[in-house]
Ligand binder design. Structure first.
Ligand SMILES: Nc1ncnc2c1ncn2[C@@H]1O[C@H](COP(=O)(O)OP(=O)(O)OP(=O)(O)O)[C@@H](O)[C@H]1O
Length: 594
């Protein structure tokens, strides 16, 4: 699957976003979550309070300097020291506790998402129906972005609003009115510094935002190009042998160069925008240092305000313009937060739909000893009919061979019996207590020790060492005996034939009552295949065995054949009629070995 991400931040359904954010705060962790949240709120408010204290300190300290009052100067140094000490502690713990809240929230959400995704085979249905892309990115990356983004944006907003309210008040009271002559009349602007701060921050931030705006889309594309490049590299790693055998290096290099070329081209765009943005924002922040002095100078030199007053105005001005700038600068974080929220809302809906998906095929457990298929008709996810309705039974101990042309639906029949294929109609009745095992052509081998790979999905301690050794020997894998505790990526390390033999070791350890073999011996030579089937019969004499196989020679191990045959001609295929029917044909009794 192509590792694709949306090319532009999509629009947001706010109700879906709320549904996404809400559950943690009402979960069984709610008291701890809310408690931590209010502590961080208190610390954020505490920081604004300390900023206000520093602002007043500015006035008193610079007045002491101006008046050459050494006692007050010393007193203010002490005041600064303890304020700074408290400020450092509050600032550190505000971030530390916010991060603690973030990881708790993310852990909770990750567990929920992983559980929902793995529940009721939703992960499989999503891949079958292609209803959501890149679940890995949603669970690993978007959940991090959404929890971090929500907290950072919320506390940023809180601090900015409270700081703005506090410092607008201070600035208003300390700046005083400005009076000037306009067409022969005296005009007075009360709290004029507030208006200057709003104008300065508003205009400056707007310019910075306009210049930096393309960065949102550029960063979004960069993420996608990086993911595509990484995915290309992983594909080569996973298919190293095929690429090497085809000598496909030149083609791969060209592909990778193309993907990396997009990263580089976009990066240059990011660099150009960042350069312009840095020019504007540095100019804006540097000029903000002297701007309040320029505007306050007439009143200072006119003797209306003291040096301390001027310094207090400058500090309050800085806070007001910083808070106002936050609103404009937060737009880009908000855009990527929204994009993540949207992707997650879509993923959540897809997982939910997959979990609740109405299944056309009713799979139930009954006390009957046999597997019964009742009027079972298979279809494809798009709704096209694959097979005509069919009824049949698999009796305990019976051995059935399923045959038919490639693509007729043999594996799909197994999927329907395994209750992972909802597309179709009819019913499947399974024996209540019978353990079933499905062996595909390529069995899944988890990365880890060989013992874990053999025992999967049971725990690695589930089987006796002596049994593992015996079955390794029987399946001609004695050379792996001393590798049981070696960790490796066994699906890359072992040959396809060895992997198929290892899957039979699993079969003999698990001892299922019903065994489905889907071309499970296709990579083996005829002699080994024969030996494995003999062993299945001797080790699991009571088991029902259902095989899909293309080779004629395995027929002798089965008593009955279920044959998929063409039901319609090529012309009717297009009309949506079921393409195949299933016939039950007894195999010659004398040929069926016991
Ligand atoms: N997720 C899917 N979406 C759409 N079509 C699918 C999907 N999975 C399988 N099919 C189609 O269903 C049909 C039956 O597939 P199935 O794997 O059951 O065939 P098969 O008889 O086992 O083939 P083979 O002998 O080649 O292994 C094929 O045409 C296949 O392309």
């Amino acid at each position: 699957m192509q590792n694709k991400t949306e090319s532009a931040p999509p629009t947001t359904d706010w109700r879906a976003v709320w549904q996404l954010l809400r559950p943690y705060w009402f979960s069984d962790e709610k008291w701890r979550a809310r408690g931590l949240f209010f502590v961080v709120v208190a610390l954020a408010l505490g920081m604004v309070y300390l900023d206000v204290q520093f602002n007043a300190w500015n006035r008193d300290f610079y007045n002491a300097l101006e008046n050459k009052n050494f006692d007050v100067f010393k007193e203010q140094l002490w005041r600064f020291s303890y304020l700074a000490f408290i400020y450092i502690a509050v600032a550190i713990y505000r971030i530390y506790l916010m991060q603690a809240l973030e990881i708790r929230w993310r852990t909770w959400m990750t567990n929920q998402y992983m559980q929902a995704w793995l529940d009721n085979q939703a992960y499989y249905r999503i891949e079958q129906g292609r209803t959501a892309d890149n679940p890995d990115q949603r669970i690993a990356e978007d959940l991090q972005l959404i929890t971090n983004g929500s907290l950072t944006l919320f506390f940023g907003l809180l601090s900015s609003v409270v700081s703005l309210a506090s410092f607008v008040g201070i600035l208003w009271s300390v700046s005083g009115p400005l009076t000037f002559m306009l067409s022969g009349r005296a005009v007075t602007i009360p709290g004029y510094m507030v208006w200057f701060a709003i104008a300065y921050a508003g205009l400056g931030s707007l310019i910075v935002w306009r210049i930096g705006r393309p960065l949102v889309a550029q960063n979004f594309s960069q993420q996608r190009f990086e993911a595509d490049f990484r995915f290309g590299l992983i594909r080569i790693r996973e298919n190293a042998e095929s690429v090497a055998l085809y000598r496909g290096e030149a083609q791969e290099r060209e592909q990778l160069a193309g993907r990396f070329g997009r990263i580089r081209a976009n990066w240059w765009n990011i660099m150009r925008t960042t350069k312009r943005l840095n020019l504007a924002s540095t100019f804006y922040s540097q000029f903000a240092v002297i701007f309040p002095f320029l505007v306050g100078a007439p009143r200072y030199f006119g003797g209306t305000i003291t040096l301390g007053g001027l310094m207090q105005i400058s500090s309050a001005f800085g806070h007001v313009q910083e808070s106002l700038s936050w609103f404009i600068n937060a737009f880009s974080s908000l855009a990527s937060w929204k994009a993540s929220a949207n992707r997650l809302a879509g993923f959540h809906a897809a997982v939910d739909a997959a979990r609740r998906q109405e299944t056309g095929i009713a799979v139930t457990r009954s006390s009957a000893g046999e597997i019964r298929l009742k009027q079972l008709a298979l279809s494809l996810p798009g709704g096209q009919a694959l097979t005509q309705a069919f009824s049949g039974a698999m009796a305990p101990g019976q051995r059935i061979l399923v045959t038919g042309p490639s693509g007729c639906g043999k594996s799909t029949l197994f999927r329907a019996i395994a209750d992972i294929w909802p597309y179709g109609t009819g019913a499947v009745e399974l024996p209540r207590s019978a353990a079933m095992l499905f062996l595909p052509q390529r069995s899944y081998l988890p990365i880890g020790t060989l013992r874990e790979a053999i025992a999967y999905p049971a725990a690695e301690t589930a089987y006796q060492e002596a049994d593992i050794h015996r079955f390794l020997d029987l399946c001609r894998l004695a050379h792996l005996r001393d590798k049981l505790d070696h960790a490796d990526n066994w699906s890359q390390r072992l040959s396809p034939g060895e992997q198929q033999r290892l899957a039979f070791v699993r079969v003999f350890l698990m001892r299922p009552q019903v065994l489905f073999l889907d071309e499970a011996t296709s990579a083996l030579d005829a002699h080994t295949e024969d030996g494995l089937y003999q062993m299945v019969l001797s080790e699991l004499p009571q088991a029902t065995v259902v095989s899909i196989a293309h080779r004629e020679m395995v027929a002798k191990f089965h008593q009955t054949s279920w044959r998929f045959v063409h039901a319609v001609g090529a012309a009717q295929e297009k009309s949506g009629e079921p393409r195949f029917a299933i016939d039950i044909v007894p195999l010659l009794a004398e040929g069926a070995a016991r």
